[in-house]
Design a binder for this molecule. Sequence first.
Ligand SMILES: NC(=O)c1ccc[n+]([C@@H]2O[C@H](COP(=O)([O-])OP(=O)(O)OC[C@H]3O[C@@H](n4cnc5c(N)ncnc54)[C@H](O)[C@@H]3O)[C@@H](O)[C@H]2O)c1
Length: 335
Amino acid sequence: MTIKMGVIGLGYWGPNLVRNFCTLSESTLVMGCDLQVERCQKIASLYPSIRFTQNVQEVFESKEINAVAIATPVRTHYPLVKQALAAGKHVLITKPFTDNIAHAEELISLAEQKGLVLQVDHTFIYHPAVEKLKDIVVRGELGDVYYFDSVRINLGLFQADASVTWDLAPHDVSIMEHLISRPVQWVQAVGARHAGQKFESMAYITVQFADNILGHCHVNWLALMKIRLITLGGSRRMVVYDDNLVTEKVKIYDKGVTLNSIEGLYDALVQYRQGDMHAPAIENSEALAREIRHFVHCIKQGTTPITDGRSGLRVVRILAAAEESIRQEGKRIPF
Ligand SMILES: NC(=O)c1ccc[n+]([C@@H]2O[C@H](COP(=O)([O-])OP(=O)(O)OC[C@H]3O[C@@H](n4cnc5c(N)ncnc54)[C@H](O)[C@@H]3O)[C@@H](O)[C@H]2O)c1
């Protein structure tokens, strides 16, 4: 069975979905949709066999289309996903899933009632480097995980209708949540608005997970340099993922500390371990291509996506708590 797709939203990210659905042999892109005619025309010049519309109802009413990918601003996610599910279409929705918890919960129930696949486009979860990190954590190579730390900063792109917390942080929060895979105890965040913006352009988000694992994400649109760095520290090893590197993106360091407390002595003996580093081979393939293959596979096999509505909701809960904490000047928000 070939999955017949519609893509809604042809701005910055939508054309990447179009390209990937057109490339995959198990899917055919039938229709593209954007409110702006010039965005449709631009894609039409590259893909002449696709039909285009500015009216999203045409996509939902099409009998031929069985799944849609939606790449529109976050405020439109809830109404568009709801209509798509109500029309019986499987849905791939760009991050963040929704801008509030209640809407995410409602969409999850609707997808379950209808028996439809609902996948959230947390692209990095399908990145071979993140898959390698997950494998390293699950196999216990780090020992007990102590912390997750990420920096995602650069100059731009300011979003007109979303803060850096809702726009950039979903990447790191989804990766952190996926790797740590523990209940959240509390979230604390501070942020700042600059250059006359309505929304925060930088934020420091701290998440306390169960088992004493601390997570931290630093996101900033007003930074001098572009940094995409994730570090995980554990009792046996530490691992670094630098997404800016072309090769050797992931490096595992055999570094750590051992505390030998000697009975009867108050002072603990701290021993630092400075061992070797190794960079595992990482497959060179596009995360979005892998993700789209997964979406189509889940529809065909009737299986649940890795980044289903529930994982999207867990990310939304952390983002909503971070936003609330920023509003309350850094108050801890308990879960
Ligand atoms: N995974 C990633 O790495 C990644 C990267 C960038 C953006 N995104 C996500 O993709 C989504 C879109 O972001 P963008 O940067 O492409 O935004 P954008 O503003 O460039 O494009 C959005 C498009 O949606 C269209 N649109 C809005 N409402 C519509 C409607 N009701 N019907 C049809 N078209 C409609 C707009 O006309 C616009 O062309 C967001 O959720 C964003 O977070 C994901």
